[in-house]
Design a protein around this ligand. Structure first.
Ligand code: PRP
Ligand code: MN
Ligand code: MG
Length: 182
């Protein structure tokens, strides 16, 4: 993992807390999807770490596929206009799809994705996210499995980046203001 250095302000969610929470969510998913074949859909790149730990905590048979999507628009905020950079390899007709995300911020990425997947004839589309910022929500998204609700602060680590850095931290933390001001 990256060196914390002076870039981080504080640890918001520790590696232990993440591990325990993913085990708890996996137990719920095991129960809800008993007897079904679930397709876990990871949203690159942020969800890579959640996916790799979550799939190992699950007991129901699960497949994995990935999409990379990019929000058009200037700046760091997503605009809600989404472009598929890498599509699924899997035909999801009749499949039970569980989207795996690292964070829901404005909700624009996921509301677009849920509509897109539903139009492909999935039997069900649900969402699992490690983090959610309730204060930042611009659109309503129905999330079945939420790890932690967090304040509206800029967070990095465990998949989450700032300018592609810090994704490899084993915990979720906040950046010192000097990092994103400079
Ligand atoms: C981040 C994050 C979510 C999305 C949430 O991805 O991983 O996918 O933004 O934002 P929203 O709810 O406001 O739409 P990003 O677009 O930064 O790509 P990345 O996963 O490759 O970092
Ligand atoms: Mn992402
Ligand atoms: Mg990002």
């Amino acid at each position: 993992a990256a060196d914390m250095g002076a870039d981080l302000e504080k640890v918001l969610i520790s590696a232990d807390e993440i591990r325990d929470k993913l085990a708890e969510l996996a137990a719920r998913v095991d129960e809800d999807y008993a007897g079904k074949d679930v397709l876990l859909l990871g949203v690159l790149k942020g969800a890579a770490l959640v996916m790799s730990d979550f799939v190992r905590a699950l007991h129901v048979p699960a497949q994995m596929d990935w999409m990379a999507i990019s929000s058009y628009g200037s700046g760091t905020k997503s605009s809600g206009v989404v472009r598929i950079v890498k599509d699924l390899d899997t035909d999801i007709t009749g499949r039970h799809v569980l989207i795996v995300e690292d964070i829901i911020d404005s909700g624009l990425t996921l509301s677009w994705l849920v509509a897109n997947l539903s139009s492909r004839g999935a039997a069900s589309v649900e969402i699992l996210t490690l983090l959610r910022k309730p204060e930042a929500a611009k659109v309503h998204v129905d999330v079945r499995y939420t790890g932690f609700e967090i304040p509206n602060e800029f967070v990095v680590g465990y998949g989450l980046d700032f300018a592609e850095r810090y994704r490899g931290l084993p915990f979720v933390g906040t950046l010192a203001p000097h990092v994103y001001r400079s």
